[in-house]
Design a protein around this ligand. Sequence first.
Ligand code: PGA
Length: 239
Amino acid sequence: MVKIVLDTAQDVAAQVAKIYVKQLKDKPDSVLGLATGSTPVALYGQLVKKYQAGEIDFSKARSFNLDEYYPMKADHPQSYHYFMKEHLFDKVNFASSSIPSGEAKDPKAECKRYDKEIEDAGGIDVMLLGIGHNGHVGFNEPAVTYSMGTGFVDLSDSSISANKRYFSADEVQPTKAITMGIGDIFRSRKIILIITGENKAKIAKKLFENQIHTDVPACFLLLHPDVTVYLDKDAASLI
Ligand code: PGA
């Protein structure tokens, strides 16, 4: 696992955006795994700028997002469908963009369908990840067992409270999600993990203790041959 520490979250976003420019130059039909949450917002801003400047072209690229709440309508402002449209998909030109459906009647069947879609696309070239305060990646929450493929999961109390800030008092906050599994993430050929902000310093420290804490799902990344972790100084302050 390679660690790169830059001054600010904006510096991280600018640096990681350059990787995507190169990736799509080298392989225009790349399959990109994408994440939601506050972490990737700055990166998506950079990618939109680069697209508008003609520096990057997504027209042959496909994307697969990590997760979606369940149940969740795609047009709900707190859905990850909505988030991705707002921050990226409405502003750049992906050939196709896939996100697990929070509206599927049978969520378990949706998990299988999503895995098949990823497999049919040839797997993920570059997987972008953020990390939860509890070490989750996607919505793979700390547990005794982890799903290999896309799973229909309960959110941890920690994730529910971390995401509460996005929901207004009269909105029902989902407690379940459909998420790519640890195996889906692990099969990605290259993984980029972004960790920014002082409030992620503790979990970043844990990840770099160089031990597999089985209750920290992101620790599985220590076993992957191509993971680069980009941190800002605040997130790296305890390492
Ligand atoms: P955040 O979430 O970027 O909003 O902190 C990251 C995550 O939960 O994976």
